[in-house]
Design a protein around this ligand. Structure first.
Ligand SMILES: [Zn+2]
Ligand SMILES: [Zn+2]
Ligand SMILES: [Zn+2]
Length: 464
């Protein structure tokens, strides 16, 4: 337990809560949030009304709850904000990705026979960065160059260090003044568009390989995607994706006879090298053409080979709960008026953020919303996305869990089981704050067996 959280104020808060006549009700709410670190406070009511007679069968109101609010999980996917809810998100994402590989959750097991690849699309280089390289289990020097050239800033473009896995220098440029910060930020901003162009090009290429038009392809096959964005240490996103070839009606229909993992892999390589996005020209900078990096990994996913369905699902689910904070930025929006040098940022991240502010102020680039997304180093896409037809949806998985948990649903109380066709449910909710007081946070961690936060965000919640 960090000493700083156990101050007299926190202890007083705990004692007050423990002596509160509503304590057991509060504890029940907290247990129902499964250890959420920053539960949302809701004020409102749920009425169950008989559709035929208009009779009010049951009313739940937060008026009688501790503090007049219901505390519900924040449901964030970001582990840096709430480890408990991020873990739920990770587990759901795992189930969903895995269902698309081996079946389950409404996807037939025959999907395992469909051509399926695990593909990593990287960003190009924006300048040499410190890197940990390994070969045959041995760590190699970072950038060992005989007679390394000196850059215009007088720095030797060489580094002979064998970097450790956790060194903070990893991902930092050899010369920050030479590094193409504009290129890096613009790549992040345009990566979702580059991905869309890639998927279009992939469909065209598969059609061509089969000697079909796009329309004819649609009658024979569909291509399903599930992808996740990952930040490399240098602060640029790359994508990991599951790409699967199905029959015309999705995972339940068999792919045509010509479809194979090789046909799909060739088309992926071709499409990845064919597409580009052009950045808008500005008064200061000419338009520039951005493409995927030369490093492209394409692996077939098999049930028993090197790359199994569990490995892929685990990998994608893990990255689905991460964001840019692992590269030394903040996990919240940054006000352009903030003094960047006063924020706890890594120098490389600080320069990327400053570049977002600089470019975001240019008229030609306003559509990229770089100022709003500066803390994400320019990336404003979704972290994990799936095409329709990949497998079930997160919403369906959540609904499964909600239905399962309904008998103990906190808002229905002791309501007898009712038939949804005959009962009308009217819910009215308003947001009334978020988070725990210091004392509540300590009690909540003890009640739910979760780790204590190193710092507690809000004293008494941040709501009204
Ligand atoms: Zn949470
Ligand atoms: Zn180095
Ligand atoms: Zn330089």
């Amino acid at each position: 337990m960090p000493v700083s959280t156990l101050n007299p104020h926190a202890i007083r808060g705990m004692i007050t809560r423990l002596h509160d006549p509503d304590y057991s009700r509060w504890a029940a709410q907290i247990r129902a949030t499964n250890g959420c670190r920053q539960p949302i406070h809701l004020r409102g009511r749920v009425d169950h009304i008989d559709r035929a007679t208009g009779e009010l069968l049951h009313r739940y109101t937060t008026r009688t709850e501790p503090g007049g609010v219901l505390r519900v999980p924040c449901k964030t996917r970001r582990a840096s904000r709430c480890p408990a809810c991020a873990e739920t998100y990770r587990a759901d994402t795992y189930q969903l990705i895995r269902a698309g590989l081996v079946g389950g959750k409404g996807v037939p097991a025959s999907v395992t026979a469909h051509p399926c690849l695990f593909v990593t699309l990287t960003a190009p280089s924006f300048g040499a960065v410190h890197t940990r390289r390994e070969k045959d289990g041995k760590v190699l020097p970072c950038h060992a160059r005989r007679n390394a050239p000196t850059c215009p800033h007088g720095r030797a473009m060489s580094c002979t260090a064998r970097h450790g896995t956790e060194e903070t220098r990893l991902g930092e440029p050899l010369c920050a003044d030479c590094y193409d910060y504009a290129g890096s930020v613009l790549f992040n901003a345009l990566a979702p568009q580059l991905w869309r162009y890639f998927t279009d090009a992939l469909r065209r290429r598969v059609a061509k390989a089969a000697g079909l038009t796009l329309r004819e392809l649609r009658a024979q096959a569909t291509i399903a995607f599930a992808k996740v964005a990952e930040y490399q240490r240098r602060g640029v996103v790359h994508f990991h994706a599951v790409i699967r070839l199905d029959g015309p009606d999705g995972p339940a229909s068999p792919p045509p006879a010509w479809a194979s993992a090789d046909v799909l892999a060739d088309a992926v390589r071709h499409a990845a090298s064919a597409v580009s996005v052009t950045t808008p020209a500005t008064a200061d900078e000419p338009a520039c053409v951005l493409r995927w990096g030369t490093q492209l990994d394409v692996h077939p996913i098999t049930l028993d080979g090197d790359l199994t369905d569990q490995a892929v699902a685990g990998y994608i689910a893990k990255y689905a709960t991460k964001a840019a904070e692992c590269v030394g930025t903040l996990d919240r929006r940054i006000n352009p008026l903030d003094d960047l040098s006063a924020l706890p940022l890594r120098e490389h991240a600080r320069r990327l953020i400053a570049e977002c502010f600089r470019l975001g102020a240019l008229d030609e680039l306003t559509d990229l919303r770089l100022v709003q997304w500066a803390h994400m180093l320019g990336f404003r896409g979704h972290f994990s996305t799936r095409s329709r037809g990949y497998s079930t949806t997160l919403g369906d998985i959540r609904a499964d869990r909600t239905t399962y948990a309904r008998n103990e649903e906190i808002t229905t109380g002791r309501l007898p089981l009712f038939d949804e066709d005959t009962v009308l449910v009217i819910a009215e909710w308003e947001y009334a704050g978020k988070g725990h007081s210091l004392g509540d946070a300590l009690l909540a961690a003890a009640l739910t067996g979760t780790a204590l936060p190193t710092s507690v965000t809000r004293d008494g919640g941040e709501g009204r």
